[in-house]
Design a protein around this ligand. Structure first.
Ligand code: NAG
Ligand code: NAG
Ligand code: NAG
Ligand code: NAG
Ligand code: NAG
Ligand code: NAG
Ligand code: NAG
Ligand code: NAG
Ligand code: NAG
Ligand code: NAG
Ligand code: NAG
Ligand code: NAG
Length: 787
């Protein structure tokens, strides 16, 4: 038994990580836990002197205080003797020879009470001079003691025209420097209605505080009668000394008319604890005692602290990481912080002398601390199967039984796990793991979702959850267990050559934090095809808003312009401001999502690539969407940043014309919207292609400016196209030149947008440190009135 207790101290939950089957291990752990309750506690540090009584009634009394049953139970001062009167049930502890009952003892303070001595009261008959109160004074002194009144105490005075004064000093024979005087006046407005409430401090009540370091206090309660209305409103007034904890005490003012009722009704006032600061008496301070430690009461691993009350004396305090009674040999003991589980449930706790250390098992990352980053597992890392190690440790039969019970499950799980590991590797998990562990910026930004988690979130990838299906995969809507709505993209199979690229993208995208780019939340690599998890954008695609006839409200020109500015800004950011240039490679209106405030979010980086800075183009297999595809790229297979510009040009034309990029019902050569648009522009016949919904909107100059910009974007020679940054700036300036339309408001998607006169330009949305002169539309100060 004794040896297993030793083992158990070492066996903490992280130990389970060496087991592939955590469940099995946990069940063993709980058995061990049950056994460990039988183990004796090793850390019973001294509390009282040997042979002395620990408690009086419910109160524990630590050394240097002591219950006077034999000599030397308290430190060598009679003031630390606690008299335990066992004729009460439960017994009551009294402070030395005083009439004060001890209610609590802390490291720095002692709480006592005596309801009679802490109360001053005066009740008056009809005639002023007929006082019947028991006492109009409180007078308490702890002269020549190690106690001073704490500043937690106050004088609380109740009455409708009464004055409470207080005087104090630390030494009766020396008035200076610590003599102090104060007071307060309690007053209420008359006439008083029967159920008017008094409050503390406030109506009918006042409070005054007491500075630290006083050893005696004198409180006088006196009437202000003659100075006020000429008669007492209520017969009684009271003053209480002690710590009034509730900051707002309420009472019925009428109750002041009857002292017995009042005192019985408001017992919080008659039970106020009086708080005393205590120190180890002695005229020498800590630095003097340090030279002659024979007299110093502080034991090992503790520090001497000078009294902060302005009177002599000191206290002892355990050093950080140590615990125990600093006044008793052998002094403070190392705290086994590991007992409080300061480490993550996956972490390994190592108690050190005066501190502790958390670490993470192999395959886990992080600082291991519960309040820090914890230990997080990048899935796929190998847990070593160490089932044999457990079998040897003497738990014999019970262990065997539970092993049998779990074995079946274990084998099944292991097979499952092996498969997940296989997928994880194939999907580039190890590569990502490497990247994460060496790149500070990525650390913590990619969340690894487990296949189980996403399966649950998407209701087993239920068809009813499908948001969209495209060339790169299927997107499902899902809800995480914390209620967050997500979009899960199930990618097409990734072949081995693409893995590195794919992982790079995940790393790059996880670092992008731009208002107009859909945020990547994380990924799951332990499924057959990699899953990417994005934030969910609720209001559908730009494509639907332009082309879906059933959408009720016309999509106004200023809304279209705002969206084009946002998209251009996002693409410019991807091209130039992100740490590595990223080409989207599949820009189309169905990849632009709108959120509930109609803010555009660029999405679907399924085939996007980040490229090394010295490269200017990629030679790839042509990919993209017909109708948006740069003809130059189509011929040369060389994707450049200008190819994205071309696709964006098509979106501008879509916004201008309201037509689909490819139409099926026209002649072959006229199918492409871009071609038709260019022909119109050359023929100076823009009107023939403009969307009637915007052509009428009295924005001719803007329409022409944007049409010209679109024409430049669609230039067949990529070199002559503007960069995304230039496009973004141009669009922004078009929008800034917007004059207020005559109506000042435009109805738009059921909301009213008020046009701002000036547009605020903010760079806050750019997380990159790169030069970001691109104006951003992100702080467009929309005033939205839902109608
Ligand atoms: C109590 O303390 C005094 C002085 O510290 C010592 O002389 C005496 O022997 C002690 N008594 C007992 C019973 O320990
Ligand atoms: C204990 O309290 C009772 C009641 O107040 C009192 O009569 C008695 O003298 C006390 N005993 C001691 C030892 O103080
Ligand atoms: C004071 O009050 C008491 C009882 O309330 C009464 O007996 C006494 O006569 C009063 N004295 C004067 C001077 O009014
Ligand atoms: C008060 O001060 C005098 C003079 O400094 C000193 O002799 C005396 O011990 C002090 N009394 C107390 C209770 O501290
Ligand atoms: C005041 O007290 C009277 C009875 O004494 C009661 O009827 C009335 O509701 C009370 N008013 C309030 C505001 O509590
Ligand atoms: C309080 O009352 C005492 C005794 O009646 C008196 O000596 C003292 O001056 C009074 N103090 C104040 C502040 O009124
Ligand atoms: C009194 O209040 C303080 C904080 O306001 C709190 O720390 C303390 O525990 C309270 N004490 C009691 C006896 O309720
Ligand atoms: C308070 O009590 C006195 C005597 O009992 C009485 O005369 C007076 O009216 C009462 N005051 C109020 C406000 O009830
Ligand atoms: C301790 O006392 C000595 C002598 O009274 C004094 O010189 C020294 O400043 C004091 N140290 C502290 C920290 O108060
Ligand atoms: C715990 O820490 C101590 C000292 O820091 C070290 O010697 C010991 O090897 C550590 N134990 C473990 C299991 O890490
Ligand atoms: C924790 O462990 C690390 C490495 O083992 C060591 O560098 C560090 O000093 C330790 N911290 C503490 C508080 O023991
Ligand atoms: C975590 O706890 C340690 C020790 O308690 C503390 O030093 C550290 O500041 C805490 N960190 C955070 C982030 O709260």
């Amino acid at each position: 038994m004794i040896s297993s207790c030793g083992i158990m101290k070492r066996l903490r939950s992280p130990w389970c990580h060496h087991f592939a089957n955590h469940r099995l291990c946990s069940s063993i752990m709980s058995m061990l836990f049950l056994l460990s309750m039988v183990c004796p506690s090793s850390n019973a540090s001294a509390f009282t002197k040997p042979g002395c009584q620990r408690t009086c009634g419910n109160l524990e009394i630590p050394y240097p205080f002591g219950i006077e049953i034999g000599p030397n139970c308290s430190i060598s001062s009679p003031w630390f003797d606690i008299k335990c009167n066992t004729s009460f049930d439960p017994p009551k502890a009294y402070l030395a020879d005083t009439p004060f009952e001890v209610v609590d003892i802390s490291e720095t303070q002692i709480y006592v009470k005596n309801s009679r001595l802490q109360l001053a009261m005066a009740c008056y008959g009809k005639e002023l001079d007929n006082k019947t109160g028991s006492s109009t004074k409180i007078s308490i002194e702890f002269l020549h003691s190690p106690y001073t009144f704490s500043d937690a105490n106050q004088i609380t005075s109740l009455g409708c025209d009464d004055l409470a004064t207080v005087e104090g000093a630390s030494n009766a024979s020396v008035w200076k420097p610590s003599k102090f005087g104060g007071g307060c006046l309690s007053y209420c407005c008359s006439p008083v209605e029967p159920n008017d409430t008094g409050s503390c401090p406030g109506a009918g009540c006042c409070r005054t505080s007491i500075p630290k370091g006083q050893r005696y206090l004198n409180v006088n309660l006196s009437d202000m009668h003659s100075n006020w209305q000429g008669f007492k409103i209520f017969q009684c007034s009271f003053a209480f000394l002690g710590m009034m904890n509730s900051s707002d005490f309420k009472f019925r003012l009428y109750d002041l008319n009857d002292s017995t009722t009042f005192l019985n009704k408001y017992t919080t006032l008659t039970d106020l604890p009086l708080v005393l600061d205590w120190t180890v008496p002695g005229s020498r301070n800590c630095s003097e005692l340090a030279e002659d430690s024979a007299d110093l009461a502080c034991q090992q691993n503790s520090d001497c602290i000078d009294s902060d009350t302005g009177v002599e004396g000191y206290r002892c305090r355990c050093r950080e990481g140590y615990d125990g009674n600093p006044y008793l040999a052998p002094g403070c003991q190392d705290i086994d912080e590991c007992n409080d589980d300061p480490c993550d449930s996956n972490g390994i706790c190592n108690n050190t002398v005066g501190s502790y250390n958390c670490s993470c098992p192999d395959g886990y990352f992080g600082d291991g601390r519960r309040n820090g980053s914890g230990c997080f597992q990048v899935p796929g890392s190998r847990d070593k199967v160490a089932i044999g190690a457990g079998l040897g440790s003497g738990m014999g039969l019970i262990l065997l039984l539970s092993t049998c019970f779990w074995l079946k499950r274990f084998l099944k799980k292991r097979k499952n796990k092996e498969q997940r590991e296989k997928f994880f590797k194939r999907n580039g998990g190890l590569l990502l793991q490497q990247q994460i562990s060496k790149d500070e910026d990525v650390y913590g930004k990619i969340r690894f979702f487990t296949s189980k988690e996403l399966d649950k979130a998407s209701d087993h990838f239920n068809e009813s959850r499908i948001l969209g299906q495209g060339g790169q995969g299927t997107v499902y809507k899902g809800m995480l267990s914390d209620g967050k709505i997500i979009a899960i993209k199930k990618s097409k199979l990734v072949n081995e050559k693409q893995v590195k690229q794919f992982i790079n993208e995940v790393v790059v995208l996880s670092q992008i934090n731009h208002r107009n780019i859909v945020k990547l939340l994380g990924c799951c690599l332990e499924t057959e095809v990699p899953l990417l998890v994005y934030e969910f954008i609720s209001h559908g695609t730009l494509f639907n808003h332009i082309h879906d006839e059933s959408i009720e409200f016309p999509f106004s020109w200023s809304a279209r312009l705002k969206i084009s500015v946002e998209v251009a800004g996002a693409l410019a950011y991807l091209h130039s401001a992100a740490s590595l240039p990223i080409y989207h490679r599949d820009i189309k209106s169905s990849n632009i999502l709108l959120d509930e405030k109609y803010v555009a979010k660029v999405s679907d980086f399924g085939i996007s690539r980040s490229i090394e800075v010295d490269q200017t183009h990629l030679t790839t297999q042509v990919k993209g969407t017909f109708g948006y595809l740069d003809p130059e790229y189509f011929q040369s297979s060389q994707f450049t940043e200008k190819s994205d510009v071309y696709s964006f040009g098509v979106i501008l034309v879509e916004l201008l014309s309201g037509q689909k990029p490819v139409s099926s019902n026209t002649k072959e050569e006229e199918r492409s919207l871009a071609t038709r648009f260019l022909l119109c522009m050359e023929g100076n016949n823009l009107d023939s292609i403009l969307d009637t919904r915007v052509a009428d909107q009295d924005r001719r100059e803007e329409l022409i400016a944007v049409a010209k910009l679109a024409q430049k974007c669609l230039n067949l020679n990529g070199k002559l196209r503007p960069t995304m940054k230039e496009v973004a700036m141009e669009l922004e300036s078009v929008r800034m030149s917007q004059t207020l339309p005559t109506t000042a408001k435009t109805e738009y998607q059921g909301v009213w947008l008020r046009k701002p006169k000036a547009i605020l330009i903010s760079e806050d949305d750019y997380t990159s440190t790169a030069d970001t002169t691109t104006p951003s539309s992100n702080d467009y100060p929309l005033t939205i009135h839902t109608s």
